[in-house]
Design a protein around this ligand. Structure first.
Ligand code: ZN
Length: 570
């Protein structure tokens, strides 16, 4: 790239289309204009509207060239005659560019009114290109209106605006209108690749992808950002360099932090967050990138696979997170980051807020939303209607302590209703005789069990089983102790496979249970069937003697079951 450096021309200028064939992403506009020129149906006022940086001004210049080419009016002007060359340089005396933003007064328009009385000096048409036309004052519009109503034959106006709704209807109705659209991410990628080739710079796909995404549909923004990135990237543009120099967090960094958080490793996650702050990434950027991340996960969960909608390469999407979190949980996380973004500027310490939010995210897999609670209530209602669930009107506190004792008669002091399923769950009592086992299952067996799982094609489970912290034997059954909610949730869904893998690894069959250790209690076995039922039903928080014995935060809805004197809902 060395030889190009001294005379480096900004990419947006260098890549400005000199022919309609090179105007990207506006096929409809281009074909309509080309046809009109071919058939010599020339309007006296055009209005180009659409987002910034998508080719409105370029199209206006192309149209001017096409109309004024000395080789004859053509959709493909020669590009060599004096008129074409002067227009390309912005020096044609007969093509007058006016910035509506800085020429808003009536006087400016009066000047135009007087000027248009003079025919073009050396061209077919005298063309006024008025950019950001919506910025003109009302009286200026009125003056303009009279001008475009009956302009001399040789006058053509081309208006451009990013805010069509601010252009008075009286002006709009007198113009031939063209709407320009945002340019797709994939098209921007192609253009960036070609821009990189032009200056002989190697550019990684994910780096260009990031630039294209940041440009949000504006080709000009994409080129500007590309130039900025190219200026510090040497002969190879990489995402790593972008991240370092532009201080962005980026999708994969956020993905890593979220995975650490959900894996029951909030300490590690906070360290990684700290690293981002040290790298100079702004708090707003971290929150924005985090919101971006959860938006992508949500869309992916909804089945969207279009990369330009997702804003991320499919290979970057962490399947483990998508699989662990429900749609409601992802929505809750996205909502939390969006609202933090709003609140950030009022915050005493944006950094603390972000750390707090990430710390709270670790319980995301346990989060019950009002929606999921409503679903559970519906299930329960149906259960009662169908007779699966029996409602008892009273319960003594002792029930909690001793699983066997279900009070036969209603007690006056009890205030709570306890729901009990008639059918005993999981048939634990039925398994009266634990199998006689010669050999004990120990933590030393984990690696072989992991290998068996891997052989069964259960690679995720194989990875997670290695996080088992210990194995505890109780009454002839073995509890696998797990600390990470993410691992626990994945393994919980694969209990049968794990049992199979254990049998394959040890040649014995064992009764196993998975237990989430530490943090929030998931030890179903410690409680009576009634309490288990309550917990399963509410997914809420269960407190016994001031000790949280089961907890699921249900957003702001307080579904806490306490047991002080009696069991009661609060
Ligand atoms: Zn020409």
């Amino acid at each position: 790239m060395a030889e190009g450096m001294s005379t480096y021309e900004v990419t947006a200028t260098r890549k400005r289309p000199q022919d309609f064939d090179f105007l990207v992403g506006q096929d409809f506009v281009v074909s309509t204009l080309e046809n009109a020129i071919k058939e010599k149906r020339i309007a006296h006022a055009y209005l180009f509207s659409g987002p910034r940086g998508v080719g409105k001004t370029s199209s206006a210049r192309l149209l001017a060239k096409a109309l004024n080419c000395q080789e004859g009016m053509s959709a493909h002007p020669c590009g060599k005659c004096d008129s074409c060359v002067e227009i390309a340089k912005g020096k044609s005396v007969d093509v007058i560019e006016i910035d509506g933003a800085s020429n808003t007064s009536v006087n400016d328009i009066r000047n135009i009114k007087e000027e248009i009385m003079f025919p073009p000096q050396s061209s077919r048409y005298k063309i006024y290109i008025i950019d950001e036309v919506h910025m003109l004052s009302t009286s200026a519009f009125n003056a303009l209106l009279k001008t475009i109503e009956e302009p001399p034959e040789y006058i053509i106006f081309i208006f451009a605006t990013t805010e069509l709704q601010k252009v008075p209807a009286t002006i709009r109705s007198r113009c031939q209108q063209f709407r320009f659209s945002l340019i797709s991410q994939s098209l921007i990628m192609q253009c960036l690749k070609s821009a990189a080739d032009d200056i002989h710079v190697k550019a990684d796909e994910d780096a260009l992808f990031w630039i294209a995404k940041e440009a949000t549909g504006s080709m000009r923004d994409a080129y500007t950002l590309f130039d900025q990135v190219a200026s510090f990237s040497g002969d190879h543009i990489t995402l790593q360099k972008i991240r370092e120099k532009l201080s962005i967090a980026g999708f994969s960094a956020i993905s890593g932090i979220v995975t650490e958080t959900l894996s029951g490793n909030p300490g590690k996650a906070l360290e990684s967050l700290g690293k981002l702050f040290e790298d100079g990434v702004a708090p707003e950027q971290i929150v924005k990138d985090s919101a971006d991340f959860f938006r992508t996960i949500l869309l992916y969960k909804e089945g969207i696979r279009r990369v330009d909608v997702l804003g991320s390469a499919l290979s970057d999407i962490p399947e483990s997170i998508v699989g662990t979190l429900s749609k409601e949980q992802i929505e809750a996380a996205l909502k939390a980051f969006l609202s933090l973004y709003r609140d950030l500027r009022y915050s005493l310490s944006p950094r603390f807020e972000i750390e707090l939010l990430y710390s709270r995210l670790s319980s995301l897999p346990l989060l019950s939303t009002p929606e999921s609670l409503v679903r559970k209530l519906e299930d329960l209602k149906n259960g009662i209607a169908e007779g699966h669930v029996v409602v008892k009107t009273a319960v003594k506190p002792s029930v909690i302590a001793s699983p066997a004792a279900v009070p036969a008669a209603p007690s006056e002091t009890a205030k709570a209703a306890v729901y009990q399923e008639e059918e005993e769950e999981e048939g634990e009592d039925a398994e009266a005789e634990p199998p006689q086992e010669e050999r004990k299952l120990t933590a030393g067996d984990i690696p072989t069990i992991a290998e068996s799982l891997a052989k069964m094609g259960k690679s995720v489970e194989a990875r997670y089983i290695r996080t088992v912290d210990g194995i505890r034997e109780e009454n002839g059954s073995y509890s696998l102790l797990i600390k990470q909610p993410l691992a626990y949730n994945s393994l919980k869904n694969a209990e049968k496979d794990i049992a199979k893998a254990i049998a394959a690894a040890t040649g014995e069959s064992y009764r196993i249970k998975l237990r989430l250790e530490g943090g929030t209690a998931q030890d179903d076995d410690d409680f009576s069937p009634e309490m288990r039922k309550l917990k399963a039903f509410f997914g809420g928080q269960l407190i016994h003697n001031d000790k949280i014995i089961a907890a699921k935060e249900a957003d702001d809805d307080d579904f806490t079951i306490r047991n002080d004197e009696e069991t009661q809902f609060s």
